[in-house]
Design a protein around this ligand. Structure first.
Ligand SMILES: [Fe+2]
Length: 194
């Protein structure tokens, strides 16, 4: 999420991929908590709905509106460089859209519960599990296929251009607002989790 400070092409490559991998580490930490709350629901216990609401807000905002936009800048160049079809790579774009729909559906269901609507338990658990499984599989695919492809296919100038694209993204006022919002949600979730 940080602005990159790299000053040569190799550093651009390392800074960009490290930043994306670090985002995944942060997502995984909160997904672990997501799983705990859903396991409570599936086991007949009451989850902490405030944590679930914060997790929905977090996963709607950070992966959806920030992390995937940075990855898309890398994807675009990988797609230009790759010869022949690579199904797992092509699926990644579609999965970004699927993840967005799933987390928004789950957020609506959680809001429904908090507003005393009757939301079937199976629906709530099913949507959450599908989201957790899809994003986990998606991140592994990126780490095992997409990032290595990018590292081997992209040239120094590509990384410099991606760095400039990310810098543009990060200096947008809306991005600053979202980054601040993400930091606040993370701090609140940390208080619940620790
Ligand atoms: Fe990712």
């Amino acid at each position: 999420m940080a602005l990159l400070s790299a000053n040569d092409s190799f550093s651009y490559m390392t800074a960009i991929t490290d930043d994306l991998v670090q985002d995944h580490v942060r997502f995984q930490r909160f997904l672990d908590r997501f799983e705990i709350e859903i396991a409570k629901l599936a086991g007949g216990d009451s989850p902490n709905y405030e944590i679930l609401r914060l997790l929905c807000e977090y996963f709607s905002l950070f992966p959806d509106e920030m992390h995937h936009k940075k990855e898309d800048l890398v994807y675009d160049v990988v797609f230009e460089r790759i010869t022949g079809r690579c199904e797992p790579l092509h699926e990644l774009h579609t999965e970004h859209i699927k993840l967005s729909v799933l987390v928004q559906n789950f957020a609506r269901q959680v809001e429904g519960v908090l507003n005393d609507q009757e939301i079937p338990l199976e629906l709530l658990i099913g949507t959450a599990k599908e989201y957790i499984e899809t994003i986990t599989r998606h991140m592994r695919k990126e780490e095992e296929i997409f990032f290595p492809q990018a590292l081997s296919l992209l040239a120094a100038d590509d990384w410099k251009n991606i760095h400039l694209g990310i810098a543009d993204l990060c200096t947008e006022e809306r991005y600053f607002d979202k980054a601040n919002q993400v930091r606040k949600i993370e701090a609140t979730l940390d208080e619940f989790i620790n």
